[in-house]
Design a protein around this ligand. Structure first.
Ligand SMILES: NC(=O)c1ccc[n+]([C@@H]2O[C@H](COP(=O)([O-])OP(=O)(O)OC[C@H]3O[C@@H](n4cnc5c(N)ncnc54)[C@H](O)[C@@H]3O)[C@@H](O)[C@H]2O)c1
Length: 250
């Protein structure tokens, strides 16, 4: 299946983890993939560009060059994010600003840069990679606040630009084994095994679990789907499994 033949797809944060897997799967379905990421992350990736998504001028310049070279941007995946595992009372102003800037302002800047072309062609799809943290308290306050804001942005763009033929949806991943966990695993190596017990489907996720959902939402298979927030979370948001084990008899 080549759902993205002749389509141009930008993936922010595509140099690592979920973004890198999305880049592979979109390319396998025929897409021309461009990755926006930091210098250290783009080196090994064909289609990689050094673009800090919080830098308005850099984002605009990159999108303008892509449109000049390839003629269009069909899909934008707002995936770049940072999260530091800092106790709330120790979160600095700089850290708060940095986490909110990458997730929320970066998604705003990238969306604003690609939308005029999408509106002009009356076709385009934006997929925002949110988090279960955006709808339920699970720690990481600054990151979570930004992810909640991203869901509001998803609804705004879906309703505002639906009449122009542009769709915008979000994915809410649960715990996914990627380098974003490195800092926490260094402190507690069995953390993901402990976390897995909370998941009805019995495991944490893999980058492919999220990437396949992103391909679906970005593709014409989802032509009449906009404004949704799709949990890709092994059932985490559906209920409280550890509590259920205590109170429900077999
Ligand atoms: N891994 C999880 O458990 C999990 C859970 C829920 C949601 N998510 C979300 O999935 C997405 C991908 O996460 P991941 O786990 O693959 O993380 P990751 O850290 O492996 O990848 C994130 C990428 O974003 C890039 N990035 C950071 N700041 C940037 C900037 N200013 N400009 C451009 N690129 C920048 C990083 O360099 C990195 O390549 C994120 O939005 C994350 O919040 C992840």
């Amino acid at each position: 299946m080549a759902r993205f033949q002749n389509r141009v797809v930008i993936i922010t944060g595509g140099g690592s983890g979920i973004g890198a897997t999305m880049a592979e799967l979109f390319a396998a379905e025929g897409a021309s993939v461009i990755i926006f990421d930091r210098e250290a992350a783009v080196a090994d990736h064909p289609g990689g560009r050094v673009v800090d998504v919080t830098d308005r001028a850099a984002v605009r310049e990159a999108v303008a060059e892509i449109e000049a070279d390839l003629g269009r941007v069909d899909v934008l995946i707002n995936n770049a994010a940072i999260a530091a595992d800092t106790p709330f009372l120790e979160v600095t102003e700089e850290q708060w600003d940095a986490e909110v800037a990458v997730t929320l302002k970066g998604s705003f800047l990238c969306s604003q840069a690609v939308l005029p072309g999408m509106i002009a062609r009356r076709s385009g799809s934006i997929v925002n990679i949110g988090s279960v943290n955006g709808v339920q308290y699970l720690g990481n306050e600054a990151y979570s606040a930004a992810k909640s804001g991203l869901l509001s942005l998803t609804r705004s763009l879906a309703v505002r630009y639906g009449p122009d033929g542009v769709r915008c949806n979000a994915i809410l991943p649960g715990t996914i084994r990627t380098p974003i966990w490195d800092q926490r695993l260094a402190a507690e190596p069995d953390r993901l095994e402990k976390v897995a017990r909370w998941y009805p489907l019995g495991r944490v996720g893999a980058p492919e679990d999220v990437a396949r959902a992103a391909l679906f939402l970005a593709s014409d298979d989802a032509a009449w789907i906009t404004g949704v927030a799709l949990p890709v979370d092994g059932g985490l948001l559906a209920g409280n499994l550890p509590m259920t084990r205590e109170v429900v008899s077999e």
